[in-house]
Design a protein around this ligand. Structure first.
Ligand code: ATP
Ligand code: MG
Length: 223
């Protein structure tokens, strides 16, 4: 069973939304699923967090203890992980993050979805970005992009960086942005013209990731 890393072209693009939809699609296929969000910034115990959303999608209780299991590195400031950690006089131990994920990958019982943090090159410390993290894990990834004006260049840039590092992009998901002047399908087709051989899935704006949308099944086929 697979382990998949979910990254994006930037923050607030749809990684958690897609991961929750994917969890539900895999569960509907009778698959066992676990998920991690190892690093969270902008974390507020009193608010709904990414780890809380993943736990809900998994059908697990949302509590301080379960959130800490999914997400050991939590920081309050809504900043990039390196900056958020520095605000608390802490630093992210890159090797410890990699070890934590490797352990989870090695002991998984079913599919394991690991949500990254921010975009493909969000810094974790002074020397490592998300790209180094996913390269160290050497697992396939799902890249989530938006459909806002400008996304084509951001997406192709991210794909080029991932390709140069020899990483395996299993699927590209264009998750419709809140306000996109360009139609979703036209944006999808424009990106697909430059990414031959890559499965590019258009995910429309949905009321809820619990919606049973065929795009989630398409992504699930890659996991
Ligand atoms: N296809 C979609 N339909 C409806 N809402 C969406 C869709 N994609 C993303 N969203 C919404 O956009 C917002 C940002 O998405 P999300 O939280 O999944 O981004 P993220 O990439 O996980 O962000 P972060 O970097 O903070 O982890 C959320 O409110 C989410 O519900
Ligand atoms: Mg998220």
């Amino acid at each position: 069973m697979s382990a998949i890393f979910v990254t994006a072209t930037g923050t607030d693009i749809g990684k958690t939304f897609v991961t929750c939809g994917l969890i539900r699609a895999l569960q509907a296929r009778g698959r066992k699923v676990a998920a991690l969000k190892p690093i969270m910034s902008g974390f507020d115990q009193a608010a709904i967090s990414d780890a809380g959303l993943l736990l809900s999608a998994l059908g697990r209780p949302v509590a301080a203890e379960t959130i800490a299991q999914l997400s050991p590195w939590r920081f309050g400031a809504p900043l990039s992980p390196d900056m958020a950690a520095a605000r608390e006089d802490r630093a992210i131990d890159f090797a410890a993050v990699v070890d934590f994920c490797r352990d989870a990958i090695a002991t998984r019982d079913g599919a394991l979805l690991i949500e990254g943090v921010g975009g493909v090159m969000a810094p974790l410390d002074a020397r490592h970005t998300v790209l180094d993290w996913v390269a160290a894990l050497d697992i396939p990834l799902v890249l989530v992009a938006g459909s806002y004006l400008g996304t084509i260049s951001h997406t192709l840039t991210a794909l080029e960086v991932l390709r140069r590092r020899g990483l395996d992009v299993a699927c590209l998901v264009i998750s419709e942005s809140a306000s996109s002047p360009a139609p979703l399908d036209e944006t999808r087709d424009a990106i697909a013209r430059f990414t031959s051989g890559l499965d590019v899935v258009a995910l429309p704006r949905l009321a809820d990731p619990a919606c049973d949308h065929p795009a989630f099944d398409r992504i699930a086929e890659q996991v």
